[in-house]
Design a binder for this molecule. Structure first.
Ligand SMILES: [Zn+2]
Ligand SMILES: [Zn+2]
Length: 345
């Protein structure tokens, strides 16, 4: 089968690999029907994910059909359509029992697929700990509707959950890329008083304006003044930082009112500075990434009920054989791309 693989720093290639087989009794083999590209894949390509193993098949956002399950897999069976979770987790350790599945202590715990073990930009994938990592897609939900459930939508859902958003809150979301928009959709489910989205790209601001006309939009340059003028207590009650630059990190705490919660969803390339003397007296609570992707079943129910729809984000579709082109478009943010869907040939 064809598998898009991390060859070395700066190089991915579509290579021929044998179809995976069951290794552990908790494994499942899934035939991938649609996968996507995430900015974390781009981080691997550029060598900024030290844990990524050269040779590994990349891709950790996918949906598919279960082909075969190990004898201890009880949650799914052959023929089930499933979402695949970005994180593998045991469900039994201290962290899993508390819902902190990103910190699962199992050897495969956390983000393994498409990083430390073969992932989903291919035809078949072996999913370890399949009882936890696979969720059945309701019949009325399409692959395209479910594609982002296991990764960016899980991230948005988690970010909105840990931000403790109430109906009187002014919520600032910094960044309207794929994860930013998924975060926006999940924040909208909590009905805060105001949602302000800060985004530097005119194209992406236009996307938000077209699809979510009730959301207030601002550029990074105008953000601080705008938030001060459009919040009740001198800043946003909740800030979700999804953009991941030095400037946006600073903007996040600057736009927060005293005693606000600042949730850091973004992954930074560099260390960030917390200028504590400047922040003294603001009494902020920071919550930092990454995602605990254990709400996929609830997210699928929300999609089935028509309350969450990420299909407008899948702006482009490619065959697996065209994946180089899909990467070129996604990585360079060409042609208004938000997310791509990769399908089998
Ligand atoms: Zn990802
Ligand atoms: Zn665990």
């Amino acid at each position: 089968m064809l598998a898009y693989s991390y060859i070395e720093k700066g190089k991915f290639a579509l290579v021929e690999k044998p179809k995976p087989t069951l290794i552990d009794p908790t494994d499942a083999i899934v035939r991938v029907t649609m996968s996507s590209i995430c900015s974390s894949d781009i981080h691997i390509k550029h060598g900024s994910v030290p844990r990524a193993v050269p040779g590994v098949t990349v891709g950790h956002e996918m949906v598919g059909v279960v082909e075969e399950v190990g004898e201890d897999v009880t949650n799914v069976k052959a023929g089930d359509r499933v979402t695949v979770n970005v994180e593998t987790y045991c469900g039994e350790c201290f962290f899993c029992k508390n819902g902190y599945v990103n910190n699962c202590t199992h050897p495969h715990g956390g983000w393994a697929l498409g990083c430390r073990i073969d992932g989903g930009q291919t035809e078949y994938v072996r999913v370890p700990l399949a009882n936890q990592g696979l969720n059945i897609i309701p019949d009325s939900v399409t692959d395209k509707q479910a594609l982002l459930v296991g990764d960016v939508l899980a991230t948005g859902f988690w970010a909105a959950r840990i931000s403790e958003i109430g109906e009187d809150d002014t919520v600032l979301i910094i960044g309207a890329g794929p994860t930013g928009i998924c975060t926006l959709l999940c924040v909208m489910l909590r009905n805060p008083k105001r949602i302000i989205v800060c985004e530097k790209s005119e194209e992406r601001r236009r996307f938000v304006r077209e699809h979510y006309p009730d959301v207030m939009l601002v550029t990074p340059e105008e953000c601080k003044t705008y938030v001060m003028a459009n919040s009740d207590y001198g800043g946003a009650d909740r800030v979700l930082e999804v953009a991941g630059s030095d400037d946006t990190f600073r903007l996040a705490w600057e736009c927060a009112r005293p005693n606000a919660i600042v949730t850091i969803v973004a992954l930074y390339d560099q260390a960030q500075v917390l200028p504590l003397p400047e922040m003294y007296g603001k009494n902020l609570t920071f919550k930092t990434g990454g995602v605990d992707g254990c709400d996929c079943e609830e997210v699928l129910k929300l999609i089935e009920a028509g309350k969450l729809d990420t299909t407008p984000l899948i702006t482009h579709r490619f065959k697996l054989s065209e994946i180089e082109e899909a990467y070129r478009i996604f990585e360079n943010k060409l042609d208004g791309v938000i997310k791509v869907g990769i399908e089998g040939d």
